[in-house]
Ligand binder design. Structure first.
Ligand code: NAG
Ligand code: NAG
Ligand code: NAG
Ligand code: NAG
Ligand code: NAG
Length: 421
């Protein structure tokens, strides 16, 4: 029996390792290496949630394009989007990345960055000219959730002046790939470019030096060349027999930027558009349905607004949201919860109740504070009063009932009795 499970386990691991060895894998830099092991229990695969037709085939160099989550705009003369971060006090040279290839490193953000409507605390820096925007340890990081000013197989070891710099000033993060060269292709000169992530969700790509036509950089089997944004949601499926979890990454609403627009001096700006994910109440969700091109639905069980394709998809499925979702603002569940602009009477009662609770709380705190004081300093007036009170409570109450009409005042002294005795 034991032998059998061991055999199964071995089979599972070896099949995973086989897949691993085929892929060019981004290794974590430094102490993160430990986490790499756990990946062996996952088998990852990539799906497209929806195949959308290309938005505008007549895309040209300076055009503005409306995608679902972002509006992108390419500037041929985009030098004003380049941020000079070199030599600034807060600029950090990422030494772990500046002399490597196929290496990644998690960077904690000092602000929450909304990406496809989801707030992120951290991003993963890579040597490959892109950021990975989620936390999964997967060999698919170059395919599924990337923010790529220019993703290619770069190697920062190949130039003495190659470096990767970051500057997080509290409201924006700039990542700069400086003088980096293509792996396996050193005759092409150095590349310098950056991306800036603003806390309001706006993203800038800026290109200082692009020595070749980006279209001519060949895709490597496991290292594609990409420019743009991508996000995915993850669905896990446990294998019935083997100790493996299948992990499906469903890509939704990718934003591709034409490689022709990536030239020295150009820039790309992405402005976030409102989407279902940003709705945090039922009424807001229904409003988003009317004001955006998304068909937003509200799930009362998870209290989330969604069109079914975002990072909360797994939760949406496990809570069976599709069958119970609120689709109309007139829905009773929408009126009952999450909205404030129903009858004002209901609101008044709510506010009144809160007021009463506050008063009671304040009273309780004051009385406890007085008791504490009296208990600590028994020789003070309050202390003596408390002692008298605890010795002859009945007498006291019969005497004091005319003087203190407050009912909460009655309850409190009897509460403290055990402590005094
Ligand atoms: C780009 O698009 C604009 C407006 O759609 C058009 O006026 C312009 O001629 C186009 N340029 C090229 C090079 O196609
Ligand atoms: C990269 O190097 C490999 C051998 O290491 C070679 O087969 C391949 O042609 C090279 N590719 C480029 C683009 O130079
Ligand atoms: C977001 O921030 C950027 C940079 O500060 C600014 O240019 C842009 O106008 C802001 N967008 C919105 C919608 O506030
Ligand atoms: C973006 O480009 C990739 C190939 O690089 C393609 O598979 C995908 O369908 C494109 N997405 C869109 C929305 O055009
Ligand atoms: C939501 O949008 C869809 C399609 O745009 C529409 O059919 C539906 O009536 C909308 N629902 C509400 C509550 O506006």
């Amino acid at each position: 029996m034991k032998l059998q499970t061991a055999f199964l386990l071995f089979g599972a691991l070896s099949s995973c390792l086989c897949i691993e060895s085929e892929a060019l894998e981004y290794q974590a830099n430094g102490q993160e290496r430990k986490g790499v092991r756990s990946e062996n229990t996952f088998i990852d695969s990539l799906r497209h949630h929806r195949v959308r037709k290309s938005i505008d085939p007549t895309e040209n160099i300076t055009e503005k394009i409306n995608h679902r989550y972002y509006e992108s705009q390419v500037f041929r003369d985009g030098q004003k989007y380049w941020k000079y971060i070199e030599g600034k006090r807060k600029t950090i040279k990422q030494t772990g990345l500046s002399d490597h290839y196929l290496t990644k490193k998690t960077l904690k953000l000092s602000f929450k960055f909304p990406y496809y409507g989801h707030y992120l605390d951290s991003v993963v820096l890579t040597t490959g000219g892109f950021l990975y925007m989620d936390v999964h340890n997967t060999r698919l990081i170059a395919d599924v959730q990337y923010l790529a000013p220019l993703m290619a197989y770069f190697n920062s070891k190949l130039g003495s002046d190659s470096k990767i710099l970051t500057l997080d000033d509290g409201t924006q993060l700039t990542v700069q790939w400086s003088n980096i060269r293509l792996h396996n292709n050193t005759n092409v000169g150095p590349f310098s470019f950056q991306c800036t992530l603003h806390s309001n969700g706006t993203i800038w790509f800026a290109y200082k030096q692009i020595p070749v036509d980006v279209d001519s950089i060949p895709d490597r089997t496991y290292h594609p060349v990409r420019v743009g944004l991508s996000d995915a949601f993850v669905i896990l499926q446990r294998d019935r027999v083997r100790p493996i979890i299948y992990r499906y990454f469903f890509i939704y609403s990718q934003v591709n930027i034409s490689k022709k627009s990536v030239v020295s001096g150009s820039a790309v700006v992405f402005r976030p558009k409102p989407s279902c994910v940003t709705g945090d109440s039922c009424s807001q969700c229904m409003k988003l349905n009317q004001t955006t091109e998304f068909v937003c639905q509200w799930c009362p069980a998870t209290t989330r607004c969604s069109d079914g394709a975002d990072r909360h998809r797994a939760e949406w499925e496990s809570s069976n949201c599709a069958s119970m979702a609120v689709k109309k603002i007139t829905d009773k569940r929408c009126v009952a919860k999450g909205t404030n602009q129903n009858q004002s009477g209901g609101d008044g009662i709510g506010a009144g109740a809160i007021f009463v609770i506050c008063i009671v709380l304040v009273l309780v705190i004051c009385i406890s504070a007085w008791c504490f004081y009296a208990y600590r300093y028994p020789t003070t007036k309050s202390g003596l009063y408390l002692i008298e009170l605890s010795r002859r409570p009945r007498e006291f109450f019969s005497r004091g009932s005319s003087g203190s009409p407050s009912s909460s005042g009655h309850a409190a002294p009897s509460d403290i009795k055990p402590r005094v005795l």
